[in-house]
Design a protein around this ligand. Structure first.
Ligand SMILES: *Cc1c(COP(=O)(O)O)cnc(C)c1O
Length: 382
């Protein structure tokens, strides 16, 4: 019944975990879910109020502009200038997205011909691979290894792959490893992309979720980045707005125009009322972000201290709300955690072959629940 392309998709491990989780809950188990990459914190009030007012204005009830409201794109430009000192032309270098996942999923359609390679980090956000497959591209995995700080080794990409590569996906601060990358690395990537004629898609969804004074850069801060890169960004993690579906693609005008042509033929833009609320989020005082980060930092510290106390070796991430921990067999570990302790963690293999041997904890639950999870793990033979 289904098209071949659905058969080509890798098995969606997360659906299986969801089913196992639901079965446990049905048995009456009090499940502690440290699997979901979705903030448990609410969207700040001033943003919600702004949506309510905008939704009451009939002017927002029509088809939105394909590229996003100009005032939204101007707010994004001002935010990029203030936050990253990156200058963007709101008319040509910014596109509104219906969440950054939407932009990531559509971007290969604009740049990849059947049989072209896309360079994808492994472990990584699963959409990079599936979007490549939908565009009939070939995936080349770039392993992210602990000994390399979870950065890809560009020199290790075979020449014959490079010759047919059109896109490279990168994501720092990184999901699932929690690793960060500096401008030095981004500058190297720009050079590499120029040399091999590759478009870089940098996913910066976690730039604002950071700790201990660390501030993540934008890929567009690298010299000449705009000519070779699109940065996908989003309000989802920054302002606890995952359900709202609003993000932005930023980069060189020609690149943005390519993605825009795909989108114009597929969707009709993000609801104007949501864009107005997003303007409020981007242009209001930003202390709500620091407050969220304080909450995550406290949880991160509780989890890392607890896991260390249990004898695991973990490093506290400088950014993202994920803790990436080495285990023997990621599937077996996750299954045992759910079965014996009612705790959901994500097996690293769900993010790619090179994620096996790790599990991901999402600190999207309270300190009390995290401490309860540590207590349940005590005495287990893990
Ligand atoms: C959460 C997430 C996104 C997508 O967020 P949107 O809600 O679609 O903006 C993109 N990339 C990574 C790595 C994520 O974890």
């Amino acid at each position: 019944m289904y098209a071949q392309r659905l058969d080509n998709l890798p098995p969606y491990l997360f659906a299986r975990i969801d089913a196992m989780k639901a079965a446990k809950r049905a048995q009456g188990v009090d499940v502690i879910d440290l699997g979901v990459g979705d903030p448990d914190l609410p969207t700040p009030d001033h943003i919600v109020e702004s949506l309510v007012a905008a939704a009451r204005d009939p002017a927002t009830h029509h088809y939105p502009d394909y590229t996003g409201m100009l005032s939204y794109r101007e707010a994004v430009a001002a935010w990029y200038r203030e936050r990253f000192s990156v200058e963007l032309d709101p008319k040509t270098e910014i596109l509104a997205l219906i969440g950054s996942k939407e932009g990531i999923a559509h971007v290969p359609e604009a740049f990849v011909n059947p049989g072209d390679y896309v360079l994808v980090p492994d472990p990584g956000y699963p959409v990079y691979k599936t979007a490549t497959l939908f565009a009939e591209g070939k995936v080349h995995e770039m392993p992210l290894a602990a000994e390399n700080g979870f950065l890809p080794d560009l020199e290790a990409i075979p020449a014959e792959v490079l010759a047919r590569s059109k896109l490279m996906f990168l994501n720092y601060p990184n999901n699932p490893t929690g690793a960060v990358a500096g401008l030095g690395f981004f500058n190297e990537v720009v050079e590499f992309a120029r040399e091999h004629d590759i478009v870089v898609i940098h996913d910066n969804a976690y730039s604002e979720i950071s700790f201990d004074g660390y501030r993540a850069p934008s890929f567009l801060e690298a010299d000449g980045a705009k000519e070779v890169a699109i940065e996908m960004h989003s309000l989802s993690k920054t302002y606890n707005m995952t359900g709202w579906r609003i993000g932005m693609a930023c980069g060189g005008a020609d690149l943005i125009a390519g993605l825009g042509r795909v989108k114009t033929n597929i969707d009709s833009g993000a609801f104007d009322a949501i864009q107005r609320a997003a303007i409020t989020a981007l242009t209001s005082p930003q202390d709500c972000i620091a407050q969220s980060c304080d909450v995550y930092r406290e949880r991160r510290d509780a989890l890392v201290a607890g896991l260390s106390d249990l004898g695991f070796s973990v490093t506290a991430p400088k950014a993202t709300f994920y803790v990436w921990m080495k285990v023997d067999d990621s599937m077996a570990f996750a299954a045992k955690m759910l079965d014996e302790a009612g705790i959901v963690v994500t097996p690293g293999v769900g993010f790619g072959t090179y994620g096996d041997g790790y599990v991901r904890f999402a600190i999207t639950r309270s300190v009390e629940r995290i401490e309860e999870a540590i207590e349940r793990m005590r005495g287990m033979d893990l």
